[in-house]
Design a protein. Structure first.
Length: 432
């Protein structure tokens, strides 16, 4: 049994009465105490009749950074109406919205309660018990029942992101941020005829088909397929920062998997390299559904380490293990100039045989400091330091671009759409 606030108020009132009476007569006070004790005892007896059956329903695989539904089914097997509060013990490193929640159950009734769970860490996580607390008829005590519903689930990268591509495809729409999700190019492989649209090249107009249809149509050509796209994930200490509730490595993984999905559907192959002070894992480029499954399993338990990143060793590993011309997408976050020099030299070493694309995640906190209002002398120094960091980063980006390396410098929340668009641009421009 759990004492309630009403019982505490009753005790406080009895204490005030005792103080006000000045202990002049102990008999009336003893009677009041006895009546209060009897009320609590009777209330507790009625509370023992509270029983609630609970069952939890949750998917075996949850997505990091996305709201996942958890359903709790309640049943009242008693012949009385129950009012109470239900609280679930969710997995750690997650935000639970709508938990705990109040409920009302009539005699023999069943109901379902749903709340949203947003995990912030990948890996295997465990649910705990479900606690139900129902007050007694007088509200002096509450019956608390804790039901063990231990359950392990796997928190993967955003497994729902790729499904949105199917939805867009079925609806025949083009997402405003991703652009067309179909890879187009200027290669010579014919795909289909379609009506002319402003911006189409005149050399693609099929004049004979236009004469037959009495409208201008163009030949739509398909970009070359069966090419390699290898995602190199830096899991060093530079990727431990957080933004929008996710670490930098989680943002990189989500973007890599979604872009890999687009590449695989375009007929290309997707591979993966994980590295920090040394190469930690490698998945050779593969096509089809099996290629996507291999990538998802490889990144399931990845966490950023405290090691310094060795870009030279990682890029040398890629040159030795991927012989065919490939698009290398390198996700990283730079902390100091020496690492920047190593990264620039390593990426330049991949060209011209391969196409390197360096993905840098902006530090939105530093950008906010550089534009924050000044309220004192100390704020001036903070803004100056932030501006110096941003200037150094801009110089690095310009230097990489000048040396022939493709660079994507983007805020974490914009990484997914911008990376997909850049991949489509590479294919359309026939850089591979």
């Amino acid at each position: 049994m759990i004492p309630t606030r009403r019982l505490a108020v009753l005790g406080f009132l009895l204490t005030l009465i005792a103080v006000g009476a000045g202990y002049s007569s102990t008999l009336p006070l003893a009677v009041l105490d006895g009546l209060a004790f009897l009320a609590v005892a009777v209330d507790a007896v009625f509370a023992f009749g509270v029983r609630v059956e609970v069952e939890r329903q949750v998917a075996a695989i949850l997505s990091v950074g996305r709201a996942n539904a958890v359903t709790l089914r309640l049943r009242n097997p008693t012949a009385r109406t129950l009012r109470g509060v239900l609280a679930d013990d969710p997995i750690d490193a997650a935000d639970a919205r709508g938990n705990p929640i109040a409920f009302v159950l009539g005699p023999g009734e069943e109901t379902s309660i749903r709340y949203q769970l947003t995990p912030h860490r990948r890996g295997t996580r465990a649910f705990g018990a479900v606690t139900v607390r129902c007050p007694s008829p007088l509200g002096l005590v509450a019956r608390q029942v804790r039901t063990r519903l231990d359950r392990e689930v796997d928190v993967y990268p955003d497994v729902h992101a790729a499904r949105s591509l199917d939805l867009l495809r079925r609806q025949g729409r083009q997402d405003a941020r991703l652009g067309s999700l179909t890879v187009r190019g200027s290669d010579t492989e014919f795909e289909r005829l379609r009506p002319y649209q402003p911006g189409d090249e005149v050399r693609h107009v099929d004049w004979r088909a236009s004469a037959r249809r009495d409208e201008i149509v163009v030949r739509q050509l398909q970009a070359e397929s069966n090419q390699n796209v290898v995602f190199a994930l830096d899991v060093g200490r530079g990727m431990r920062g957080e933004s929008s509730g996710l670490t930098a490595i989680d943002h990189a993984i989500n973007a890599a998997l979604l872009t890999a999905e687009v590449a695989l559907r375009a007929g290309d192959k997707a591979g993966l390299l994980v590295f920090d002070a040394a190469p930690r894992g490698f998945v050779p480029p593969a096509a089809g559904t099996s290629g996507a499954q291999k990538l998802t399993r490889a990144v399931f338990g990845l966490e950023a380490s405290l090691a310094a990143t060795d870009y030279v060793a990682a890029m040398a590993f890629l040159r030795n293990h991927v012989r065919a011309r490939s698009l290398f997408v390198v996700f990283t976050n730079l902390l100091e100039p020496r690492s920047a020099d190593d990264l620039a030299a390593s990426l330049r070493g991949l060209a011209p045989k391969h196409v390197p694309l360096c993905v840098l995640l902006r530090d939105t906190d530093v950008e906010a400091l550089a534009t924050a209002p000044v309220r004192g002398k100390g704020d001036l120094y903070v803004r100056a330091a932030a501006a110096e960091v941003l200037a150094w980063r801009d110089a690095l980006v310009r230097g990489l671009a000048a040396s022939g390396v493709l660079v994507l410098d983007v805020a974490p929340r914009e990484l997914v759409p911008q990376l997909v668009k850049r991949y489509l641009e590479v294919k359309a421009r026939r850089l591979l």
